[in-house]
Design a protein around this ligand. Structure first.
Ligand SMILES: CCCCCCCCCCCCCCCCCCC/C=C/C(=O)SCCNC(=O)CCNC(=O)[C@H](O)C(C)(C)COP(=O)(O)OP(=O)(O)OC[C@H]1O[C@@H](n2cnc3c(N)ncnc32)[C@H](O)[C@@H]1OP(=O)(O)O
Ligand SMILES: Cc1cc2nc3c(=O)[nH]c(=O)nc-3n(C[C@H](O)[C@H](O)[C@H](O)COP(=O)(O)OP(=O)(O)OC[C@H]3O[C@@H](n4cnc5c(N)ncnc54)[C@H](O)[C@@H]3O)c2cc1C
Length: 666
């Protein structure tokens, strides 16, 4: 029988102080009681699967062993999931995504299968293609990835070099990787796991180039798993994180695939080689839009994980005295510590709320596209770009801040903060590099500004530009609503400045493209300010909306969090607000006090708030963040698992140290 340990006394006291119903908040964050129940039930089943328990912590395994262990466990996870779904409903993607962390400590080698391979078949395939590939992909009879990036190009996908040349005689495409730079590089699972992939390649028909398109390609034999003739595939080697993601490379040499393997929901190639244009060529980029939306949700979860670890640890950890002769204090009572941590909690809520409305906006665009309507696509593209960029970047900063807040122990692998940092920061680069995505949003903002100047009606997310042009700056008040307006004024001001900078360069004789490059630092600042305005506005609106449907005690706490988020960012960007809004120095002084008040109000609920994320110990995988707070015992237990502690004297002593020391004595 498993030993039941006492809960750390500080944590017991913290939980007694909590002023709201933790369970109520968990249901709210999950999207309903039923979702929480389903999640807990599934996590509970996984907890009891003996084969999923690691005898040796993964960190001590070799690169190869780690990968093999991850594949083994992912297969078990998939089987458990299938059994679960046979008896009950299909698990929600969020729940399966979370459970994955309990099984694979790092990133699953199947990550891209569910994350991009299946969604691309859904988003880019015709009904016939979906009927052919989806059942096999969903049942995992075929396993796939998304192979777009090449050694030479990740950002500029129009520059991809893999070619798919149509041969009308055989009704096939011939895939080739003409140069080393045209090798696919990065796709998760490609190294040694998948047998299929979506390959994005330049289409050629009768010597004419038709741009990039997605193709389904089988790359390994389904029986032997050997690469098919004409395929060169392998793993790219160790990275900063993503240790078990099995990222790979792939090259083609005259590799033939049938015509029906080009995903043809948008553009088509007919049997005779006629190219039929799609409604909008950018719809080929659709999977990326979907993943960018999901990254906002991932960022919420990664921030919640780091916050849970660091807040619980800060409640358990005592260090230094505030006053002489008094006991050492819980480090969570240092205001500087609250400053580091409470924004982590609020940020996770801000991203969850943002994801809720952004995902609805995404679904609406998908529905519209089904009716051949694409009016809202540019706005969705602009929003998904800047919110992916800002949420992943903020999450990276927050996770690192949480690590620092745990002092030396945060640096331990067993805190799990290094792994969380690895996968959080990867998202800053993948699915569209940070700066590049901010610049995509900036393109949209420049057009929006021009439309505003011309008096046109703007899309809701940029409608504030019209208000800004129409009215004088509003009289400043230190209320969340007016502060949000202030963020919009900053964004509008920076958008205008960037626009004027481009115009100035153009007037001085520069080409528009050069002028764009010369103004691009201002452009990314404008995009960042726009993101912050959107995040604060959306978070405030969602909080007001949900507050009416939850208990007054919870509504109060949610209100503290959203205010904290808004005031935190006011103080962080005070310089900008002083330039672009009517805020005064005195207002900032008042807000500094307000911020300290909010920290004090949140303090009694800090542990309750991270408990409400309801991240099980199996998912957290952290010596510092477990629910029972046995921090020191767990650190010691984990240290004892080091292979170096398995023998009293390591052989290197006899081999190297002893002769070395002897020599030194002579
Ligand atoms: C507590 C909470 C719990 C939460 C639990 C969470 C649960 C969630 C579950 C889901 C989990 C899912 C996990 C997902 C897994 C993902 C794994 C990811 C691994 C990584 C994968 C990858 O990285 S794949 C490769 C990605 N690559 C990129 O992103 C490339 C980036 N580059 C581009 O996108 C483009 O090249 C470009 C946009 C930068 C430029 O393209 P292009 O040169 O063609 O265009 P232009 O710049 O000239 O612009 C022309 C015109 O087109 C418009 N446009 C561009 N893109 C789009 C688009 N996508 N849609 C619509 N329109 C587009 C652009 O705006 C221009 O318009 P103009 O009007 O001319 O200005
Ligand atoms: C962990 C991980 C997993 C990944 N998984 C996959 C996968 O499964 N499938 C897949 O296809 N790809 C994958 N990728 C690749 C990823 O999508 C690319 O790395 C990403 O899109 C960035 O492209 P890049 O590497 O070419 O960077 P580059 O574009 O070369 O960026 C280098 C620098 O140049 C700057 N830059 C580039 N273009 C511009 C511009 N127009 N204006 C201003 N600055 C610019 C960038 O800001 C950056 O600072 C993965 C990457 C990582 C790190």
């Amino acid at each position: 029988m498993a030993t039941v340990h006492k809960i750390n006394e500080d944590l017991v006291k913290e939980r007694q102080k909590c002023t709201f119903n933790v369970q109520e908040l968990t249901y709210l964050l999950d999207g309903g009681e039923e979702v929480t129940k389903e999640r807990r039930e599934f996590e509970n089943i996984l907890r009891n699967v003996k084969e999923l328990q690691d005898e040796v912590p993964e960190v001590y395994l070799s690169h190869k062993e780690r990968y093999e262990n991850a594949v083994r466990k992912t297969c078990i996870l998939q089987n458990v999931r299938n059994d679960f779904e046979k008896k009950r409903e299909v698990l929600s993607p969020r729940n399966i995504f979370r459970a994955g962390y309990a099984v694979i400590k790092d990133v699953s080698p199947f990550f891209l299968h569910n994350g991009m391979f299946v969604p691309t078949i859904i988003g880019q395939g015709t009904p016939e293609q979906q009927a052919e590939w989806l059942p096999k992909a969903k049942a995992m009879a075929i396993i796939g990835t998304y192979a777009q990036t090449e050694l030479g190009h990740g950002t500029f996908i129009r520059g991809l070099e893999t070619t798919a040349t149509y041969d009308a005689k055989t009704e096939e495409f011939i895939l080739n990787s003409p140069k080393v730079t045209s090798y696919k590089w990065w796709p998760g699972g490609l190294g040694t796991t998948v047998n299929h992939c979506i390959t994005v390649a330049q289409l050629y028909i009768n010597g004419k180039k038709y741009g990039i398109h997605p193709f389904i390609v089988q790359i390994r034999d389904l029986e032997t798993h050997k690469p098919l003739p004409g395929i060169k595939v392998g793993e790219i080697g160790p990275k900063m994180g993503f240790a078990t993601a099995n990222n790979g490379f792939l090259g083609f040499q005259n590799f033939r695939i049938p015509r029906k393997n080009m995903l043809m929901k948008n553009a088509q190639v007919l049997k005779d080689g006629t190219f039929v244009k799609g409604m909008n060529e950018k719809l080929t980029y659709g999977t990326m839009v979907m993943v960018r939306v999901n990254i906002v949700s991932d960022s919420a979860f990664h921030t919640a994980m780091a916050a849970t670890i660091a807040v619980r640890y800060a409640a358990v950890r005592h260090q230094s005295q505030l006053k002489a002769k008094e006991p050492e204090v819980q480090i969570i009572d240092y205001l500087t510590q609250q400053h580091k941590l409470f924004i982590a909690i609020a940020t996770s809520h801000a991203f969850s709320n943002t994801y809720t409305w952004l995902y609805q906006a995404y679904l609406k665009v998908v529905e519209d596209l089904g009716k051949q309507k694409q009016d809202h696509l540019p706005e969705l593209h602009a929003l998904s770009c800047c919110l992916k960029a800002t949420s992943s970047r903020d999450a990276g900063v927050i996770v690192e801040q949480c690590r620092l807040a745990c002092g030396g122990h945060g640096y331990m692998a067993s805190s799990n903060l290094p792994i969380i940092y690895g996968y959080t920061t990867a998202a800053i680069t993948y699915e569209g590099e940070h700066t590049v995505l901010l610049l995509q949003t900036a393109r949209y903002l420049m057009k929006a500004w021009m439309s505003a100047l011309e008096g046109k009606v703007l899309a809701p997310s940029v409608a504030y530009l019209v208000d800004w042009l129409k009215s004088d700056k509003q009289r400043w008040q230190n209320t969340p609503e007016v502060i949000v307006k202030g963020f919009q004024h900053v964004a509008a001001g920076k958008i205008k400045d960037a626009f004027d900078a481009i115009q100035k360069h153009v007037k001085a004789g520069k080409d528009y493209e050069d002028a764009w490059n010369l103004a691009s630092v201002q452009l990314i600042k404008a995009s960042e300010a726009h993101s912050r305005a959107i995040l604060c506005d959306g978070y405030l609106r969602e909080t007001v909306r949900t507050s009416s449907s939850v208990s007054p005690s919870l509504a109060k706490v949610l209100n503290h969090l959203v205010q904290l988020y808004i005031v935190y960012w006011t103080l962080e960007t005070a310089g900008d607000l002083l330039v672009y809004s009517n805020i005064g120095k005195d207002d900032i002084a008042v807000l500094k006090e307000k911020y300290e008040e909010l920290l004090a109000l949140i303090r009694p609920n800090a542990v309750g708030l991270v408990d409400a994320f309801d991240i099980s110990d199996e998912i957290l995988q952290s010596t510092l963040g477990s629910y029972d707070g046995r921090v020191y015992e767990r650190l010691m237990e984990e240290a004892m698992k080091s292979p170096l502690n398995k023998e009293p004297v390591n052989q290197s002593f006899h081999k190297y140290l002893k002769p070395f020391i002897k020599k030194a004595k002579l």
